[in-house]
Write a protein that binds this ligand. Structure first.
Ligand SMILES: [Zn+2]
Length: 374
């Protein structure tokens, strides 16, 4: 029998936002919780300051994370003005004035989403310590942003009568995410497609020479340090599981909500397809046809469904990952990297090379050995 090795979290609330920790003028959310967001939540529960977290992050990062998207939620934007020309109060109590005037920020949220998160690995004691902390958190926990409180207990039991961890243990994250029943929330809840629910599972090399699959996504969300925020990449594989369907959640009578008319993903998808077609299906940077052809926003000014063709550029998955990583490190505003501009060329090439290197376990092993030597 596998020993208890998995902790389940239920993330549900009116709003959630799983973005990077950047200070962008525009803050978007990923479609599922990030590792830095989840570890931040654990640190809150355990009462670890950013400074104290530093000591524990390596251990916590050792837990592999899987996410099941039980409800996607509806994307929603808010619009904030900061300062209004009278200066901004800083965390230290000072007043920040300057030529900047009113700062406009836009933030994106997922409304009414629900995620099942499985954390696996470490020893039974670590899992138990975390579970105890979440059951009785030192500081309030939140779903990615402080303005996003959870609406149900975050610590999820596999079944009401069971302990925090599944006593039988789980072979891997997919088995864990498959073991918990999925419960409908709406009348004719369409989340479950042919009995399957989407998952995002961390990919790790299991033996020397293991290379991440081509369709693995790079998520730059493994926290090395919270203050200042430093992140490392990890691989995430999208897939599905087919859990049993449990009883409907209490009050499961509302109809499935539809996205607001002014924020339709369909419009954006249409514009994205048009852009890729206009670029002859090729990445504007490396001229390859993929894999994972996508588009880069060169500006977020009309993001959310009002994009023009000029706002987008076709990129292959690798170039897009490279550009995204570059943007993480630069305090950019609404206008983003345009991969066609010569000034980005050398930087993008360098990042692409870094990603390719990261994709090889051999390179990782060599890097680790080199660090030991130092
Ligand atoms: Zn490319």
């Amino acid at each position: 029998m596998t020993e208890a090795n998995t902790l389940f979290l239920r993330l549900e609330g009116p709003l959630q936002a799983w973005g990077d920790t950047s200070k962008f003028v525009i803050r978007r959310t990923m479609d599922a919780p990030t590792k830095s967001g989840i570890l931040g939540l654990l640190c809150c529960a355990m009462g670890l300051s950013r400074e104290a977290a530093r000591e524990r992050l390596a251990e916590l990062n050792g837990l592999a994370m899987g996410v099941r998207i039980d409800r996607h939620g509806t994307r929603w934007w808010d619009y904030q003005t900061v300062g209004a020309g009278i200066g901004m109060t800083t965390a230290g109590g000072g007043l920040k004035t300057g030529a900047q005037g009113t700062l406009i920020t836009r933030r994106e949220y997922l409304a009414d989403a629900s995620f099942l998160v499985a954390l696996q690995g470490g020893d039974a004691k670590l899992i138990d310590d975390i579970a105890t902390a979440i059951a009785s958190p030192k500081w309030p926990v939140f779903l990615g942003r402080k303005s996003c409180p959870p609406s149900v207990p975050v610590l999820a039991r596999p079944r009401e009568d069971e302990s925090w961890t599944n006593p039988a243990g789980h072979d891997d994250l997919n088995a864990a995410l498959d073991a918990i029943p999925w419960r409908p929330r709406y009348r004719a809840d369409a989340t479950l497609q042919n009995g399957m629910v989407e998952t995002l599972v961390e990919w790790r090399p299991t033996s020397e020479g293991d290379v991440a699959p081509d369709d693995a996504e790079v998520w730059y969300d493994v926290p090395v340090c919270f203050d200042p925020p430093v992140h490392e990449p990890r691989f995430v594989l999208r897939g599905t599981v087919s859990p049993t369907v449990g009883e409907a959640l209490q009050g499961a009578t509302p109809a499935m909500p539809r996205p607001r008319a002014d924020y339709t993903k369909a419009e954006y998808r249409k514009r994205r397809e048009e852009r890729i077609k206009a670029d002859a299906g090729l990445c504007v940077f490396c001229k390859s046809p993929g894999p994972r052809m996508t588009v880069q926003h060169v500006t977020y000014r009309r993001a959310g469904g009002n994009e023009t063709l000029e706002d987008l550029r076709s990129l292959c998955g690798l170039c897009h990952d490279a550009v995204t990583m570059l943007e993480y490190g630069l305090g950019m505003g609404l206008d983003r990297i345009n991969p066609e501009e010569p000034r980005w060329r050398a930087l993008i090439i360098q990042k692409r090379a870094e990603i390719l290197k990261f994709r090889s376990l051999e390179a990782r092993r060599r890097r680790l050995t080199a660090e030991e030597v130092e």
